[in-house]
Design a protein around this ligand. Structure first.
Ligand code: NAD
Length: 494
């Protein structure tokens, strides 16, 4: 039995209560990865007090030097890529090809952050008065609380912590309780690369306990959260009341649209990857497939045949396409949605049950599932399921497809397969999502581009790319008047 620890005030320590929670492999629940501290508000208080000291020390390091440290983080992640992918698949379940991609996203984010150390630009503009300079520049803010989900155990913590640290803030990690091991290794790597030992803190535990304590801590002015819309609403209330800077990245109900003039081979590969990659547990997963009349029947037939051939199993074994869902409640939730689809008269084309037999009995496996005949407004069409369930909706033309795409409360990503360039550009403009892909699936974000959604997927901020650096820094404006006399703006010059 391995006992893991929190990282607080420069030390690896157990929780103050001495309580633990277990972390098990979702592909084989007899495989216990270890026990992690079930921390309390006391542990959060100690972590935040230390992070405040870490902030004072780390912000004094020049930004280009902080960038050098982040570049070293990228080098270490590169050297440890295979090991990290393996431990991530063990605790999260997605196949190794996907966890390697998860690490690569962290590497890309680290090297991007390295370059940003020399690019935290401000602006110098002419003053309206003589002998006076006017300029803006960026300052770090303080302690950032980072609350992260289970589905990208490494990439999402790196999206948040690397720009936060590059800007000169300190961070407190609260990883999802299903994937605590990956962030523990990330903290080791940050320290090895040279991040100040009190600028990084790690507090394991349950969302309603340590997550809530971190979010409501008065000395944590910045919260960045990725997870479900339900949890985001609770966090949003707290942060609104306390006037905190808050970034929310939440649920999705993403659609792939296939029009009659599309390359169907390409669209088929796209939807298989989009709907069943990561077992449907991506915020950008394709959970709706909108098919135009002319190709609906033949595309559906090909899709059902291909989906039923996907190989399920332990993602650490070669040749596996689809891993397990994350835990028992998730499996029960997927089963509940299958019942909802059946009760609504949606037609089950394939799947619909737990995947069993042999090693599959050891974990939380569910068959790739496709419902056809789903109508706009059905619950399967409206609600995020976060599992391997795809709903197919038939439409007569592009206008109807765009209306169906936009008719949900979420707005993360969308995808359009067509060979009509005019419709491609209309889609970029008219689909209400933060990201639209043309002739590519709903998943596939790149680390140097802004990432996020509209409507109830987000609250207007973006992760990734250049935009996230605005979130983790505050604009300060400076005026220097060297005229030697009182110059009254708006008065003496007009
Ligand atoms: P979740 O909301 O259950 O948990 C996310 C994190 O919040 C966990 O660390 C959890 O411990 C913590 N938490 C739970 N209750 C809390 C509370 N009251 N206060 C503070 N923290 C609390 O989400 P999940 O099941 O881990 O992830 C799946 C969800 O995440 C899906 O809805 C998915 O769409 C979303 N997601 C969104 C994006 C995006 O960028 N938009 C990316 C990945 C996942």
């Amino acid at each position: 039995m391995t006992d893991f620890q929190n990282y607080i005030a420069g030390q690896w320590v157990a929780s103050s209560s001495g309580a633990w929670f277990e972390n098990r492999n979702p592909a084989d629940t007899s495989d216990l990865i270890g026990r992690f501290p079930r921390s309390s508000a006391d542990d959060v208080n100690r972590a935040v007090a230390s992070a405040a000291k870490g902030f004072a020390a780390w912000k004094a390091v020049p930004a280009p030097a902080r960038g050098d440290v982040l570049r070293r983080v990228g080098d270490i992640l590169t050297a440890r890529k295979e090991e990290l992918a393996d431990l991530m698949t063990r605790e999260m379940g997605k196949p190794l090809a996907e966890t390697r991609g998860d690490v690569q996203e962290g590497i890309d984010t680290a090297y991007y952050a390295g370059t940003m150390g020399r690019q935290l630009f401000g602006k110098t503009v002419p003053s309206e008065l003589n002998n006076k300079w006017a300029m803006s520049f960026r300052r770090p803010i303080g302690v950032c609380g980072l609350v992260t989900p289970f589905n990208f155990p490494l990439a999402i913590p790196t999206w948040k912590s690397f720009p936060a640290l590059l800007c000169g803030n300190s961070v407190v990690f609260k990883p999802a309780e299903d994937v605590p091991h990956t962030v523990a290794v990330l903290v080791e790597i940050l320290l090895e690369a040279g991040v100040h030992p009190e600028a990084v803190q790690l507090v394991h535990g349950l969302g309603e306990e340590v997550g809530a304590a971190l979010v409501s801590h008065p000395d944590v002015p910045v919260i960045s959260f990725t997870g479900s819309t339900a949890t985001g609403s609770i966090i949003g209330e707290t942060c609104g009341r306390m006037h905190k800077r808050l970034s929310l990245e939440m649920g999705g109900k993403n659609a792939q649209i296939v029009l009659d003039d599309a390359n169907l081979d390409l669209a088929l590969e796209g939807v298989l990857w989009g709907a069943f990659g990561t077992t449907g547990q991506r915020c950008t997963a394709t959970s709706r497939l909108i098919l135009q009349d002319g190709i609906h029947d033949r595309f559906l037939d090909r899709l059902v045949a291909a989906a039923s051939k996907l190989r399920l199993g332990d993602g650490r074994q070669a040749g596996i396409d689809v891993g397990p869902v994350i835990h028992a409640e998730s499996l029960a939730n997927v089963e509940r949605y299958v019942d909802i689809g059946r009760a609504a008269g949606n037609s089950l084309s394939t799947g619909g049950a737990r995947a069993t037999g042999g090693d599959l009995d050891k974990g939380w496996f569910f068959q790739p599932t496709i419902f056809a005949g789903v109508k706009q407004g059905d619950r399967l069409e409206q609600e995020e399921i976060f599992g391997p369930v795809l709903s197919v909706i038939r439409v007569s033309d592009a206008d109807e497809a765009f209306r169906v795409n936009n008719g949900v409360k979420y707005g993360l990503s969308s995808s359009l397969y067509t060979s009509n360039v005019n419709l491609a550009f209309r889609a970029l403009n008219e689909l209400d999502n933060g990201i639209t892909y043309v002739n590519a699936p709903t998943i596939g974000a790149e680390a140097h581009m802004p990432f996020g959604g509209v409507k109830q997927t987000g609250n207007g901020h973006r992760e990734g790319g250049w935009e996230v650096y605005d979130f983790y820094s505050e604009t300060k404006v400076g005026y220097v008047d060297y005229s030697g006399r009182l110059q009254r703006a708006q008065i003496d010059n007009y």
